[in-house]
Design a protein around this ligand. Sequence first.
Ligand SMILES: CC(C)(COP(=O)(O)OP(=O)(O)OC[C@H]1O[C@@H](n2cnc3c(N)ncnc32)[C@H](O)[C@@H]1OP(=O)(O)O)[C@@H](O)C(=O)NCCC(=O)NCCS
Length: 153
Amino acid sequence: MKPVRQHLSGIVVKEEAFGSEAYFDMLALRKRILRDPLNLEWTEEERSWEEKERHFGCAVEKRIVACLVIRSLSDGVVKLRQMAVDLDCQGAGFGRRLICGVEEVLAGEQISIIELHARETALGFYEKLGFNREGETFLEVNIPHWKMSKRIT
Ligand SMILES: CC(C)(COP(=O)(O)OP(=O)(O)OC[C@H]1O[C@@H](n2cnc3c(N)ncnc32)[C@H](O)[C@@H]1OP(=O)(O)O)[C@@H](O)C(=O)NCCC(=O)NCCS
């Protein structure tokens, strides 16, 4: 397999159906990158949301390397959640590619605002992508987070 960086130009952002093989690959990626390091399991309440949310990812030769979840909040407003890029692919542009692709899809659906809760360690990433901080820092899953948002249309 070629190094992942060589694939970036051909990377396509895809929405994957809940329950599909690609969905389960994304679930495994989210678990490995976001949950396991914090020793967290998903609660029943969190699991019950999955079917109502939208699941987007980028793959390199069928291997999902980046994914995120979109939850509808209200008319024209969504929340971006569970953004994760596989360890050996971080810093190679996949995160940027995925968010830009998802923004394009959402803008075409008259979504105007994307909100998110950013881990403090990822603040700089979202700022580079045009998200703005709101309010004060708060604890979520026991680590500091910031509310951020971006107007896309
Ligand atoms: C944070 C994360 C999603 C970023 O995705 P990525 O593919 O590594 O980021 P990219 O390579 O697309 O980076 C885009 C830009 O953001 C910068 N950047 C990436 N991660 C950053 C970070 N943690 N802090 C500050 N800047 C960051 C890059 O340097 C790059 O800048 P440039 O365009 O000037 O070169 C990814 O590293 C990740 O999954 N981290 C672990 C899980 C996590 O923190 N998820 C977010 C939870 S809120």
